[in-house]
Design a protein around this ligand. Structure first.
Ligand code: PLP
Length: 495
């Protein structure tokens, strides 16, 4: 239809302006009023460990994790009502299977007449545990390379006597490097590994996006290249697909040749290279709970390890129950089906990722030492740089001090992922070991916060940064030598 010239003119202009959010607040939850003094007292009671701090007393933003913390859509809330709580073969299982096939491609399909290839779990780490328990039985001295293993993936691999090897992209370590895909695997090191130890590599993993590697995306070029190298040596490729949709968005926006492609098509192209994947539906499933393990029908993995599907089924029955509910209630499954439909919508991803990017840019403009461009789900702040012109030493755990002060004074919760979380204490030598990276992470829950919420966080961090000279170190009063110590430790400020 022909429009008036003026309308044509103004429509063009309108396209230039940033759009409003692609959703509205349909239900809201008011926060409990809490004073800074009440927060400070609660935090001291919690031994300054933000994991122990009661969430009900957070009246700022809770950016501890983006896992299972999102707000659900109307469709998801409504779908709960259709949850089928049958013990065997509940209807949600079949709907989810169809949705998985639709989202990830025809090759992922549970052939009910043969062995299972779609396994549900209550969380992804349970799927990882099932997979690596079985893989670990294949031999000794096995190595699982990755572009960056997530901490639970790492732990499940090593707990089963294998080595979890991170082949981070060299671009990740170069701070000033603005490469579009810092989450890629270093394929030179991968080739070298296969030349030396091909027989020791039962499968290779790619984490999309690369959570441990600053939440950075992985290119389709890299995914295809890793698949080509691996497949030429008879090695299956697995994806840790927790943030598959956010990763697809980065491919669409940044990788040459993908600007005109639709997100669902990019997702299917990504998964065409994989022989299987594990996923937490608490991230890009947009659900509050759920995980899964999916094997490509007639893919290299099932051909190479034909007994694996049966072994995985046995493991699952022992730990999660009937394979068709896998530790989830029927209604949880329904929310995942709906979540997978929403997460690949262009307007959802445009808003979601641009919100995180804007948060990162805003912090950078305030002079804060954050990794930019930000990844898809979080902003990472380099604490070694944060304290570089102060007396704070690594053994003072400034990241812990910073997250405690941010919560007590301003009511925002972030997560230390650095010297304390990834470091360790050698009791024999009486010595701390510190990791390569020292971050505080601000993870952004999906569909939960708005721009002004995140601006408030940035402003509070800036206020702390301006007083970084005065920030007190912390003393570890409990748990310095424990494994997974950041979940258990207690601290006090050294005044
Ligand atoms: C969260 C996460 C996992 C583990 O998922 P859970 O459902 O929390 O067990 C694995 N890999 C990555 C990359 C993740 O972000």
């Amino acid at each position: 239809m022909a429009l008036s010239a003026y309308l044509e003119h103004i429509l063009k202009d309108a396209e230039e302006l940033p759009p409003a959010r692609p959703y509205i607040n349909h239900a809201v939850a008011f926060k409990q009023p809490v004073t800074p003094r009440e927060r400070a007292e609660a935090l001291e009671k919690a031994g300054l460990n933000v994991f122990f701090y009661p969430a009900a007393l957070i009246n700022g933003c809770d950016l501890l994790s983006d896992s299972g913390t999102g707000a659900m859509t109307n469709e998801q809330w409504a779908s709960l009502h259709y949850g089928d709580e049958a013990y065997g073969s509940n209807q949600g299982y079949f709907l989810l299977r169809e949705q998985v096939r639709h989202t990830f491609g025809d090759l992922f399909f549970n052939n009910l007449t043969g062995s299972f290839n779609a396994f549900l779990f209550h969380q992804d780490r349970a799927a990882e545990c099932a997979l690596f328990t079985q893989i670990g039985k294949l031999g000794t001295g096995l190595i699982i390379p990755s572009n960056g293993h997530f901490d639970t993936t790492h732990a499940n691999i090593e707990a089963n006597g294998m080595r979890a090897l991170n082949l981070f992209s060299p671009a990740l370590k170069r701070k000033e490097d603005s490469s579009a895909f810092k989450g890629d695997m270093d394929t030179e090191r991968f080739i070298q590994l296969l030349e030396e130890s091909r027989a020791k590599v039962p499968l290779v993993y790619l984490t999309i996006t690369n959570n441990t590697g600053g939440g950075q995306p992985v290119s389709l070029g890299n995914i295809a290249e890793v698949a080509r190298i691996a497949h030429a040596q008879g090695i299956p490729l697995f994806l840790d697909a927790c943030r598959f949709a956010e990763n697809a968005w980065f491919i669409q926006q940044r990788e040459p040749g993908y600007r005109e492609k639709a997100i669902p098509d990019i997702v299917r192209e990504i998964f065409s290279y994989a022989d299987g994947f594990t996923i937490s539906f608490k991230k890009d499933g947009l659900a509050n709970m759920g995980g899964g393990l999916f094997l490509k029908e007639n893919g290299l993995f099932v051909r190479k390890y034909p007994r694996m599907s049966d072994a995985l089924t046995n493991h699952q029955i022992l730990t999660e129950g009937n394979p068709t509910y896998g530790g989830l209630s029927g209604r949880d499954i329904m929310t995942i089906v709906e979540g997978l439909k929403t997460v690949v919508r262009q307007e959802y991803l445009d808003y979601r990722t641009s919100q995180v990017q804007a948060f990162g840019e805003h912090m950078k403009e305030l002079g804060l030492p954050v990794l930019t461009p930000a990844g898809g789900h979080a902003v990472y702040m380099d604490m070694t740089e944060f304290f570089s012109d102060t007396r704070m030493r690594h053994e003072d755990f400034g990241g812990i001090s910073c997250t405690a002060l941010l919560l007590a004074a301003y009511g925002h919760r972030a997560c230390e992922l650095g010297d304390f979380a990834f470091g360790s204490y050698d009791t024999v030598a009486g010595k701390d070991n510190f990791p390569e990276v020292n971050f505080v992470r601000f993870a952004v829950p999906r569909l939960r916060y708005e721009r002004e919420d995140l601006e408030a966080v940035a402003g509070a961090v800036k206020a702390l940064y301006d007083r970084r000279d005065e920030m007190p170190p912390v003393r570890v009063t409990y748990g310095r030598d424990l494994p997974l110590r950041h979940f258990k430790a207690r601290f006090e400020f050294i005044d």
